[in-house]
Design a binder for this molecule. Structure first.
Ligand SMILES: O=P(O)(O)OC[C@H]1O[C@H](OP(=O)(O)OP(=O)(O)O)[C@H](O)[C@@H]1O
Ligand SMILES: O=c1cc[nH]c(=O)[nH]1
Ligand SMILES: [Mg+2]
Length: 211
C-alpha cells in the first residue's frame, strides 16, 4: 500500500477549521468539499489518459484526455457522500457507485447495508471516498469488495487517518494495489475508536445525529 499525506498550507488551514468543534454543519460540508478537491488533485496523479488530436484556433496539436474505461468513484455512505461532488468536479467522465456501510460503535466492526455499483470492475481505476480511516475495518471491507469485482487499481481518499488504521490497511491489503491519500495521519485512536485529535463523527457533523 502506498500512503500519501498531502502537505500543503491550504489543506492544513481547511483541516484545522474542520476539526474545530464550533464549525457548523453547513461550513463543515463546504470545507470537506473544498478539501477533497485539493486531495483529489494528488489522488488523480496517475489517472489513465490517452492522446487526442485537437485543433486550436491557430494549429493542430496533440492533447490529453481521460481514457476508457471510465474511472469509478465510490463514496462510502453516509460521510463519504460529502466528498462526492468535489471529486467528480475534477473527474468529469467518472461513473459513480455507492457503498452504504456503518460501523457498530460497540464492536467497531463494519457492516454493509447497501451496494450499488457495476458487478464487473475489471480494468477499472476506482477512487473510494470516506473522510475517516479509524480502525480501518470499513475501508478494508470496501476495498476487498472492489478487488473481488475485478478493480485493478484502488485509491482511497480520506480526510483523516489514524496510524492504527494505516497499519491495518498495510497488513490486510499487502498484496493489493492500493494508495491512500490523506490530509493528515493523526496521533492515535481513543478507547471508543475515535481518531485523536480527529474531528469527531464526520457523518454526524455533516448530516446530524443518525439516532
Ligand atoms: O475505520 P473504521 O473504524 O471502520 O471507521 C471509519 C468509518 O466510521 C465512519 O462511518 P460511520 O459508521 O459513522 O457511518 P456514517 O458515515 O453513516 O456516519 C466513517 O465515515 C468511516 O466509514
Ligand atoms: O474519529 C472517527 C472515527 C470513526 N468515524 C468518525 O466519523 N470519526
Ligand atoms: Mg458516523
Amino acid at each position: 500500500m502506498r500512503l500519501h499525506v498531502v502537505d500543503h498550507p491550504l489543506v492544513a488551514h481547511k483541516l484545522s477549521t474542520l476539526r474545530d468543534r464550533r464549525t457548523d454543519s453547513a461550513t463543515f460540508r463546504r470545507l470537506a468539499d473544498e478539501l477533497v478537491t485539493l486531495l483529489a488533485y494528488e489522488a488523480t496523479r496517475d489517472v489513465r489518459t490517452e492522446q487526442v488530436e485537437i485543433e486550436t484556433p491557430v494549429a493542430t496539436t496533440t492533447g490529453t484526455r481521460l481514457s476508457h474505461p471510465r474511472p469509478l468513484v465510490v463514496p462510502i455512505l453516509r460521510a463519504g457522500l460529502g466528498m462526492l461532488d468535489g471529486m467528480v468536479r475534477l473527474l468529469p467522465t467518472a461513473e459513480v457507485g455507492f457503498l452504504g456501510m456503518v460501523r457498530n460503535e460497540e464492536t467497531l466492526t463494519a457492516s454493509t447495508y447497501a451496494t450499488r455499483m457495476p458487478e464487473d470492475l475489471s480494468g477499472r481505476q476506482v477512487y473510494v471516498l470516506d473522510p475517516m480511516l479509524a480502525t480501518g475495518g470499513t475501508l478494508v471491507a470496501a476495498i476487498r469488495e472492489l478487488i473481488e469485482r475485478g478493480a485493478d487499481d484502488v485509491t482511497a481518499v480520506v480526510l483523516l487517518a489514524a496510524p492504527e488504521g494505516v497499519e491495518v490497511m498495510e497488513r490486510e491489503l499487502a498484496d493489493v494495489p492500493v494508495t491512500v491519500v490523506t490530509a493528515s495521519v493523526d496521533e492515535r485512536l481513543n478507547e471508543n475508536g475515535y481518531i485523536v485529535p480527529g474531528l469527531g463523527d464526520a457523518g454526524d457533523r455533516m448530516y446530524g445525529s443518525a439516532e
